[in-house]
Design a protein around this ligand. Sequence first.
Ligand code: PLP
Length: 427
Amino acid sequence: MNQQRSEELFREAQRFLPGGVDSPVRSYKAVGGTPPFIVKGRGSRIFDVDGNEFIDYVSSWGPLILGHSHPQVVEALKKAVERGTSFGAPTELEITLAKIISAAIPSIQMLRFVNSGTEATMSALRLARAYTKRDNIIKFAGGYHGHADGLLVKAGSGAVTLGIPDSPGVPSGYARNMLTAPYNDATAVEQLFELNPEKIAAVIVEPVAANMGVVPPRPGFLESLRNLTSRFGSLLIFDEVVTGFRVAYGGAQVKFEVAPDLTCLGKIIGGGLPVGAYGGRKDIMEMVAPVGPVYQAGTLSGNPITMTAGIETLKLLHQPGFYEQLENKAASLEKGIAIAAARAGVNVYISRVASLLTVFLTGDRVIDYESAKRASTAAFSRFFHSLLAEGIYWPPSQFEAAFVSFVHSEEDVQLTIGAIEKALNSL
Ligand SMILES: *Cc1c(COP(=O)(O)O)cnc(C)c1O
């Protein structure tokens, strides 16, 4: 694969941007090599500066469930841009998107839009602490909730990939307020509650873990968290930044029928533009300024461009059969990979929830962070580069989800399975 222009740009980028990127995982540090510099995306494909074309399974890390530059979203955005990009004043678009979200996720009676998932989780924790008048938070090892101070404790995503689970620069006092338990281990959570009576403000969890690779909740796990938080007077926060409108219309709480007190959203609800939101019970949300004393603000929050992309995207998702068709594509990919792995004689553990999928290069079952880490990252690098050379843009880390989108065709899926068989054969 010719990467001459990308190599030049990557060298230049590193002079001005740390690692040449604005988010660590994009630099390919975990797998080595040069990331293709992208010029354009259309449907399921992206195109780089050297003229290479790829079938994309990163999908901007989740938002692009409709693929790249969906004509209806692009058309609406053009019109919105002509009317003005930001007013710092209320618009009707914010009500429209809030109503769509609230109708899809009944536990969200009221919400606040922000500009990233990080802002959403950070603000939700502040609110939970204010509401309960407690300081401690329980999170799960390998759970990623953005890069806010205090949440970078045993975090997933880029933090696993780079091997810096605890970032320098986070005051030790922040980290002390975070208690961690293994994912899928409700007994460990119960013990933390018993050891810290009336100190725990909230449990924050990805209802389907997607940042240590995909790890589904065990049956009963989310229900146990619901019961424990209620019993001990603390709040349950679902971080649905990835799973919201991804694993079902609405999200994981609709799919698994467990309602949290607060929900964090991002990614899909912005249709590819920067976004986040947090919301939940009205009595809790009414503690947020200006109604209540919990301060949180944003110059560009709820801006008309993001709201427009979100509204158009969610409208397109709310069509009969959308999620079934999407899941069928992902299921056929999963099945093809399993057959390819058997033929290649390579042990893999394929973990899939709806259109989120990780191929762990291990023969063992993956149920939490410890078991995820048993996968071979060295083998993954070879697997990844073989796919890239075959025109498949797979997430550049063993501990990330591949995102199947609605525009992946049967042909895309078959090409991908072929490339995966070749990649597994070369391990
Ligand atoms: C991506 C992600 C975040 C952070 O969102 P940003 O918009 O990158 O700040 C938070 N939680 C989860 C579960 C995520 O996947």
